[in-house]
Ligand binder design. Structure first.
Ligand code: ADP
Ligand code: ASP
Ligand code: MG
Length: 416
């Protein structure tokens, strides 16, 4: 029997397919792999800022568009790219075929605009690969059990990693507009340094706290199915950052990265009756409205009353508000407070577990900059502060400097 060929999955983000020249360049990368006797599956995003433009179009005709229709619309961006890439590959003399998510039976749940993948059928993909095609799959989209098109949330084309897992590919190359994962977003903190390697857990934490470079759910697939993810630049051949299980840990690294999340809103229910079952009522109602809730803080303020606050992504804010307005009187709530002008700045690092004083270093940094902290949440490996949105970037830069995120780890003064 012929030896099974190695399968390579390559994902190209929006800027990496923004125009004809970049599409040809992406096509050539696939051809280079194919010419080395590998089977190649490309996953492509919508070109440039097209998804943003489609969202703008939708809001012009309906300020609160039905989510099912939103998915119908947004999925067209990726559909255009994949056929263009297939045409570019054909023009370069190779066989290529493109598919939408539904054509390869990328089955998801029915939570429109943030669906989760349930299964991928690789039968058709394997057949066309064996026939000598380069295959191009539209990222970011799937189909639910009612045959309705779904999308996976912003940045969801990174679900190429799930496809890599389903195809048992060893690695998944993520081609993007940065040459790897940095200690912080290099667009905001110019002196951030690139990481050679980072663990799934740390990237997951960074992604959930606003580092837009990778989509969190996609990292979960990589972790579960051992897909090495290589985040790299589509403009050069330089090695980027490897996301793996094993990262040599250096003693004393307090903080490996910092993030900022601006796509956030805060909801606070003030003076809720302090009795069993009320928190459950509030969050059951939000779950029913398909709102994903982050960072819940509940505090007893008297024997009779408690305050409950939480954050949600801006995309869920309208649904969260509606759900809270419906439930508030049922839990004796005295008032609701909403804020949209916030940013959450976080530091992340497994090394924080065993060190004292990290929180204090972060709070003192913000104090020195005269930045007020709205609220604080912590876990073993992260500390997050909500600040005024217009001070967010300044807060991130100050925190990066305090933790010397502009230096490679072995050059940081606090690393023993
Ligand atoms: P693509 O369209 O290729 O998926 P994205 O815009 O989703 O690209 O992700 C790349 C961007 O992520 C970069 O341009 C960068 O500004 C941003 N980013 C945020 N945090 C980081 C980080 N820690 N390291 C690298 N890039 C980051
Ligand atoms: N086009 C989608 C977005 O802009 C998905 C992606 O690019 O990953 O969010
Ligand atoms: Mg992305």
């Amino acid at each position: 029997m012929a030896k099974k060929k190695e399968i390579v999955v390559q994902k190209f983000g929006g800027t990496s397919v923004a125009n004809a020249e970049k599409i040809k360049r992406a096509a050539q990368r696939a051809i280079n792999e194919f010419d080395q006797d590998r089977q190649v599956v490309m996953v492509a995003s919508a070109r440039g800022k097209q998804t943003d433009e489609l969202i703008r179009d939708a809001l012009e005709v309906n300020p609160n568009p039905p989510k099912r229709e939103m998915d119908q619309l947004l999925s067209t961006g990726e559909q255009q790219t994949v056929s263009l890439v297939a045409m570019a590959i054909e023009a370069a003399g190779h066989k290529a075929i493109s598919f939408t998510g539904s054509q390869i039976r990328m089955v998801t749940d029915s939570v429109h605009t943030k669906a989760r993948i349930k299964s991928i059928d690789t039968k058709r993909l394997k057949k066309v690969l064996d026939e000598g095609n380069i295959v191009i799959v539209a990222g970011f989209q799937g189909i639910d059990e009612n045959e309705d098109i779904t999308t996976l949330g912003r940045g969801g084309s990174d679900s190429a990693v799930a496809l890599a897992a389903a195809l048992k590919a060893d690695t998944c190359d993520i081609y993007t507009d940065v040459d790897g994962i940095y200690t912080a977003d290099p667009r905001i903190f110019k002196d951030a340094v690139r990481l050679e390697q980072i663990s799934y857990d740390e990237v997951l934490e960074m992604a959930s706290l606003g580092a837009g470079v990778m989509h969190g759910r996609s990292i979960e697939f990589g972790k579960k199915y051992n897909v090495v993810i290589h985040v790299r630049s589509s403009m050069s051949d330089k090695k980027g950052t490897l996301i793996t299980h094993e990262v040599p840990q250096m003693e004393g690294i307090l903080v490996s990265g910092a993030t900022i999340e601006k796509n956030l809103a805060k909801v606070a229910l003030i003076g809720v009756d302090n009795k069993p079952g009320n928190a459950a009522k509030v969050f059951a109602h939000l779950t029913g409205a398909k709102v994903s809730v982050n960072d819940i803080i509940q505090t007893e303020v008297s024997k009779q009353k408690a305050n409950i606050s939480f954050t949600v992504s801006k995309n869920d804010f309208a649904d969260a508000k509606k759900a809270v307005e419906e439930i508030k009187t049922k839990v004796g709530c005295e008032g609701v407070f909403y804020r949209e002008d916030i940013a959450e700045v976080s530091i992340i690092g497994v090394g924080m577990r065993t060190h004292y004083g990290v929180a204090n270093m972060m709070f003192s940094t913000l104090a020195k900059e005269k930045i007020n902290i709205d609220s604080i949440t912590t876990s073993e490996i992260r500390i997050s502060c909500i600040v005024d949105k217009d001070q967010g970037d300044k807060a991130l830069v100050a925190v990066c400097k305090t933790f010397e995120l502009d230096k490679p780890v072995d050059k940081r003064s606090y690393v023993k």
